[in-house]
Each structure stands twice: as C-alpha cells, then as structure tokens.
Design a protein around this ligand. Sequence first.
Ligand code: AMP
Length: 396
Amino acid sequence: MKTIEDFNFENKKALIRVDFNVPLDGDLNVTDESRIVGAKPSILKVLEDGGSAILMSHLGRPKGQVKEDMSLKHIVNKVSEIIGVQVKFVDDCVGEKAEAAASSLENGEILLLENLRFYAEEENGDKAFAEKLSRLGDIYINDAFGTAHRAHASTTIVADFFPENKCFGYLLAKEINAIKTVMETGEKPVTAILGGAKVSSKITIIENILDKVDNLIIGGGMTYTFIKAQGGKVGDSICEDDKMELALEILQKAKEKNVSVHLPVDVIAADDFSNDANTQVVDVDKIPDGWQGLDAGPRTLDSFKEVISTSKTILWNGPVGVFEMESFADGTKAVGNAIDYATKGGAFSLVGGGDSVAAVKQFGFENKVSYVSTGGGAMLESLEGRVLPGIAAILS
Ligand code: AMP
C-alpha cells in the first residue's frame, strides 16, 4: 500500500483529491472546518518536501452546472488560514486556464481548483475528463475517504494516468488502517455494536462482520425485529416484519460461528414518539400495545457495558436509542462511556457510518475513541466488505 510517506515531492506538483465538501452558512462562511483541518497534514508534507500542491474537490451538488454559491472560491480564505499559506484559486478545474495556473505554480505554493462537479463528467467517471485533470500534476494523492466509494473521475479514474505515481494521503491511509484493525488485525475479543433504525440498512454489514467478531451487540430500532421474530411482544415499536426470517437466520449463523449476540433485555418504552412522552421500563419482549421501545433499559446497559469493557477491539455503528431526544439519549451515552473506558484501558475503538458519528460529536466522545471515521457511506460500504473503487484504484 503506497502512501504519501513513500514519496518525496521536491520539485513535484502533487494533484491531491481532498474532501472540501464543507457546510457553508447563508453568507457562504464555512461553519465546520474539520475536513479542511483533516487535509492539512498531507498538504504540508508536500510543501515541506519542497513541492507544490494542486487541490481538487467537489462542494455540494451542482449536478454538472456552474452554481455561484457552490464555488470553491468561497473557502479560499478559510483554507489559507488553516494551512498557513495564501492559497491561489483558478475558476476552472480542467482546460487551458487550469493548466496555465498549475504550470506556473512554484514550489511551496498551493492552488485550489474550481468545483469538480461543475462538470457532469466528474460524477460520470469520464475518462477524457480524468485525463485532463491528470495533466495538472506529477503525482496523484487521494486523501478523500468520503468519496472513495464513488468511481468518479477525480477519485478513481484519474489514478489510471499515474501508474507509478499515485498514493494515499495521511487521512485516507488512517481510515484504511482503522478498518483493517477492526476487520482483520485487531486484538480479541472483537466487539461490534450495531444500532440505528432498521435491520434492512445494516443487514449486509451484519452478515459480513459475523466472520470477524467475537461479540455482536444489537441495539436501537433493529432490536424489535429480532425480538418479534423470536416470539416476543414489541407493542408499537419500529419493526420490519418482512425481515423477521432474516433476523432468525442471522441468529442461527452467529451461533454456528460462535459469535455471542447480545440483544436488549429491557427497554425504555414510551407512549408516543416524543421527548415528552410517558415512559416505563419494561422487558423487551413484553412491550404493551400503544407503547414503543425508544432506548435501552438499565439491565441491558449493564450487560452491554460488561461486554464492551472487556473488549480489545470495538466497532460502533448506530445509536442504541433515539438519541436526538434527550429522554432517550442515555443508552447511547452509556455505550459511549463504556467505549471510552475500554479505550483508556488499551482497546482500539472505531466509530463510523451514518448517525453514530453525529451522536459521538453531540456527546463529546470524539476525542475519547481511537478513531472517528470521516466517511458515512464509504465507511458503511467498507464494513459491508466491499473494496471501494477509490482505494482499489491506488492499489492496482
Ligand atoms: P441509522 O442511520 O440506521 O444508524 O439510524 C439512526 C437512527 O436510528 C437515529 O436517528 C435514531 O433516532 C434511530 N433509532 C434508534 N433507536 C430507535 C428506536 N428504538 N426506535 C426508532 N428509531 C430509533
């Protein structure tokens, strides 16, 4: 696996695919700069070696049209401030103008290209467009995990034009290593905590990780499909009746593979899907009609905590309750605290995919786990066992 560490960029122009798809407010100011901060180490390495950096990214969903409010020119000052170098900007990403700006770039300088998705060819993975991008640099670096599951021109196809001179940036390499630790090399016991709303959106992940984990904790809305499938009463809880058979198959497979499955035993049931609902703690398989399980109960949390605190490798995907409502956030917080405790004791913990990252940020666990993935969809596809096209393109 070739990373940025394997190259010296002296007198070289690095063409770097970064993820600068940052949120902007109504006045087009950057409201969350973490993606720019994340790209900084790779950019600095290129400059410190004595080379120059050409940055390319998409912003928003312009769908092949030039959209003024999605121009990357709005973030030039923010990027300059974070990197500590005044960034140059060119209002195109391919063609004469872009090529002229790239070729006149001196060592130590940074050029930011205009939004790649102003061209439909980017998302179409157009080869001729990728070839035009490739003219801008000597070495291609992919440092955008969030788009690594897309076979777009700048994330995948362009790599073909750098057969020897392509590599992963620091950020992408970190993501790959974190997934590898959980899926292949992590110390046992390995525990996956899967929550979230639906079995159907997590089924491929569950099937894939049964071969990799010792413990599988299932929480959140998924719980009730498993409980009802085993004959329990789930009241008005979210439940996918058409997935009950699948749930039983998963439990059977887990048994065959010696994976311990931990499902909730009690829940906080509510008489309405609302923060102000009346609540009661009930056994997970005896939820009265008119009530729905919205968070894990105390006995459940005790058992989850015990499993988590004795784990050496932990993957967390999906909240164990409706954490957006304060009344049903305690379970998700308790899981976060248990992971924090295990991590302090030397466990490796990875949080990623969809809403678990939002929960982790909301409750301030970001710096307490070993790694928080930056790519929602890309992380989910990795956990499903797929080789992401952006990663395969560098490895080939
Ligand atoms: P996902 O994107 O699949 O990880 O699902 C996350 C969502 O699942 C969050 O918005 C939670 O509010 C929701 N969720 C978690 N537990 C439950 C539950 N018991 N009932 C309904 N929704 C839930």
